[in-house]
Design a protein around this ligand. Structure first.
Ligand code: NAG
Ligand code: NAG
Length: 302
């Protein structure tokens, strides 16, 4: 199922006198239900944005504070599939009572994913630091409950192609929601090759639902790894330095039993490596780049 998240829908919603949200006629002449029906007819799902305060973060639209039940009923009646709920302008309400600190620790009872970081921006520093902050909460991710290090900046132009590949690889292996943050009307070939990498998306959607972790860190290079269904493992060798680095992923670090022979598939080159690997996979990684391998154990042969 493909998702279509229209986070900006709320920019054109007004509050009626009865306290119900109403779509602005000039933007949604047929209403939002008609739009949802249209999206569903295309095999897409539709998301909407609101806020737990009196106004949204832009200050321009009403939030849901005091109207939670009515708004939830309204969204459901429109056929909305997904709600992003922000937390601006929440007045004097005590943060801990509302639970706005570290939602990874409590939000599984309320939603299917929660932000673990402040907002991302379109820079290498921002992107890798969001990945780091999100990694801390890895144990809280499971099917139906996902950590969200914020949306993807892929395609927005502030990072190199290699850096965007790192971005998508880390988000996918971290089982983060893959919310496209660029203008989809103008995707370059390179951007499309990243966002459309079905093998990497399959890692993200793997039914085991275990978030990859940073299993080794040596200065500015790192190994991230996590188990996948079928006794497979995803491994990312991440070079955060401005120079080439040889990065070794050891079975011991990534949770593969010793002496296991594996086949390694390069998920960005879409090829299986000629060589079989025992005990480690070594890679020469460009500056601010990564390798991402899918490791599949081979049956013992005599
Ligand atoms: C983006 O985020 C980085 C790291 O968090 C910060 O140093 C930088 O100032 C931010 N850039 C902009 C344009 O906000
Ligand atoms: C992006 O695509 C839209 C719709 O096709 C077009 O109107 C717009 O000019 C494009 N913008 C750029 C920067 O190419």
């Amino acid at each position: 199922m493909r998702w279509c998240l229209l986070g900006l829908l709320s920019l054109d919603i007004d509050m009626s006198t009865l306290g119900y949200l109403v779509p602005r006629k000039s933007t949604f002449p047929s209403g939002i239900k008609a739009l949802a029906d249209y999206a569903h007819g295309k095999g897409l799902k539709l998301g909407i944005y609101s806020d737990a305060g009196s106004r949204t973060c832009s200050q321009r639209m009403p939030g849901s504070l005091g109207h939670e039940q009515k708004d939830a009923e309204t969204f459901a009646s429109w056929g909305i599939d997904y709600l992003k709920y922000d937390n601006c302008n929440n007045g004097d309400l005590k943060p801990m009572k509302r639970g706005d600190m570290h939602p990874a620790l409590w939000a599984d009872k309320l939603g299917n994913s929660w932000r673990t970081t402040m907002d991302i921006n379109d820079s290498w520093e921002s992107m890798v630091s969001r990945a780091d902050q999100n990694e801390v909460y890895a144990e809280h991710a499971r099917p139906g409950d996902w950590n969200d290090p914020d949306m993807l900046e892929v395609g927005n132009g502030g990072m190199s192609n290699d850096e965007y590949i790192v971005h998508f690889s880390l988000w996918a292996a971290s089982k983060a929601p893959l919310l496209i943050g660029c203008d989809v009307r103008n995707l370059s070939k390179e951007t499309l090759a990243i966002l459309g990498n079905e093998e990497v998306i399959a890692v993200n959607q793997d039914p085991l639902g275990v978030q990859a972790k940073k299993v080794r860190m040596e200065g500015d290079h790192e190994v991230w790894a996590g188990p996948l269904s079928g006794y497979r493992t995803v491994v990312i060798q991440l070079n955060r330095s401005p120079e080439f680095r040889i990065i070794t992923a050891q079975w011991d670090d990534i949770g593969i039993p010793p002496k296991t022979v594996v086949e390694a598939r390069d998920l960005w080159k879409h090829t299986i490596m000629d060589k079989r690997f025992v005990n480690k996979v070594k890679a020469n990684v460009r500056p601010h780049a990564c390798k991402m391998f899918l490791l599949t154990p081979l049956p013992l042969s005599e």
